[in-house]
Design a protein around this ligand. Structure first.
Ligand code: ADP
Ligand code: MG
Length: 400
């Protein structure tokens, strides 16, 4: 059984700096071990440019995974396993390890991106991965929007199943994208409109209410003719922002822009921080957060929602002085009796930082992948799993 996990973790001095992604892979792996599958794990890590590069080796993941699995298997009353790292991901070295490995050992293969064929989804490389296993499990949701050998190509050659992480992502994100309980409210923020145009566009069609914060709000504010001072504005997108506001208008949707803004004179070394109405920004103001009136209005508005999707922080949340707006939205979502889904790399971080992550229905692990999913795009890595699942009614995770 070959499992495509998401071990694309940050490394610092050759050690795993944040083990969240490894932690999240544990339920699927532990279940397969309990089911006595012969488990091999593969993943990409970072963007190695030209073949094998020790700086991008997956070796540091092995001891961390082993420790986490120890704990999980002990909780389940199952015997521990050791995780053996193999410094290749295809070919003779892997196969000979596989043939000689003891039953209480699982294999962690080297970075799939050490082969350039991986990102080209080259059939020969996909076949080389498929040659290692009888079945394939994809649990790397964050990579499913890319048709690479280890996410999509291999699934042409072996029965391919979704791991628990992917199943959960699909369950929550399809609820948002296809059948949200209404009223369906959407909160959008973050740095830029670029890269999120399709999400905004889709959400204008789908959502009952849209709240916009973050720097994105200033491009919309500019489109309405407001002074935005020195706030982050995408001038080349102002026209598009205008078109979106018009589209929303035509469809009878309200896009709520911030009523007030926290402004400062310098993000790094602020000498003044104050809240101002959106229409009162001065030429030297930098907008860094939604203001208290906006926080209140959003929280009040969200109270009626039955489904909420949130992408993009409301301000420069990395600085505690400008994190209040983002925290307020996190608290508002946490208090709801509704399905609440958060997507996006920084948004997920922000929710964790706010301390209420466990009160959110689902925090997506995929940045780009979750956005593409809610846009209604088909993710190649998921599409191929669904086809296989349909053609194989005997599908279950423990299959080997
Ligand atoms: P996500 O990763 O959740 O999709 P983005 O990458 O779009 O979110 O945006 C996150 C970034 O947006 C954060 O680093 C945050 O500092 C920045 N940001 C939010 N509001 C502002 C603002 N008013 N001015 C500058 N940057 C902002
Ligand atoms: Mg981001």
């Amino acid at each position: 059984m070959l499992v495509r996990a998401d071990f694309n973790v940050p490394l610092k001095d050759g050690h795993v700096a944040d083990d969240t992604r490894i932690r999240e892979s544990v339920p699927t792996i532990a279940t397969l071990i309990e089911e006595k599958a012969k488990v091999m794990l593969c993943s990409h890590l970072g963007r190695p440019k030209d073949g094998p590069d020790p700086a991008f080796s997956l070796a540091p993941v092995a001891p961390v995974l082993e420790r986490l699995l120890d704990k999980e298997l002990a909780n389940r009353g199952a015997p521990p396993v050791s995780v053996r790292f193999v410094n290749d991901c295809i070919g003779y070295k892997v196969i000979s390890e596989l043939n000689s490995v003891e039953s209480n050992t699982i294999l962690l293969l080297e970075n799939t991106r050490f082969y350039r064929e991986e990102e080209k989804n080259q059939p020969l490389f996909s076949m080389a991965l498929a040659a290692l296993c009888s079945h394939f499990v994809n649990d790397a949701f964050g990579s499913c929007h890319r048709a690479h050998s280890s996410t999509e190509g291999i699934a042409h050659f072996r029965p391919a199943y979704a791991g628990y992480l992917v199943q959960r992502e699909v369950q929550f994100l399809s609820k948002v994208a296809e059948s949200p309980d209404r009223p369906f409210h959407v909160v959008l923020g973050g740095a830029k409109i670029s890269g999120k145009l399709d999400v905004i566009d889709r959400m204008i069609e789908l959502a009952d209410e849209i709240y916009i914060g973050g720097a994105m709000a200033f491009t919309f504010a500019k489109a309405l003719g407001y002074e935005t001072g020195k706030s982050l504005v995408e001038f080349e997108r102002v026209g598009l922002a205008k078109a979106m506001l018009e589209k929303a208008n035509q469809l009878g949707r309200t896009i709520h822009l911030p009523k007030d803004i926290v402004v400062t004179d310098d993000i790094e070394k602020p000498t003044r921080i104050e809240a101002k109405p959106l229409d009162a920004l001065g030429a030297t103001d930098i907008g860094v957060d939604i203001g208290p009136l906006t926080r209140q209005a959003c929280a009040k508005g969200l109270e009626s929602a039955k489904t909420v999707f949130w992408n993009g922080p409301m301000g420069v949340f990395e600085k505690p002085a400008f994190a209040d707006g983002t925290n307020a939205i996190a608290f508002a979502l946490a208090a709801l009796h509704a399905t609440t889904v958060v997507g996006g790399g920084e948004s997920a971080m922000a929710v964790k930082q706010s301390g209420v992550a466990d009160k959110i229905s689902h925090i997506s692990t995929g940045g780009g992948a979750s956005l593409e999913f809610v846009e209604g795009k088909e993710l190649p890595g998921i599409k191929i799993l669904e086809e296989d699942n349909q053609s194989n009614p005997a599908y279950h995770l423990g299959n080997r």
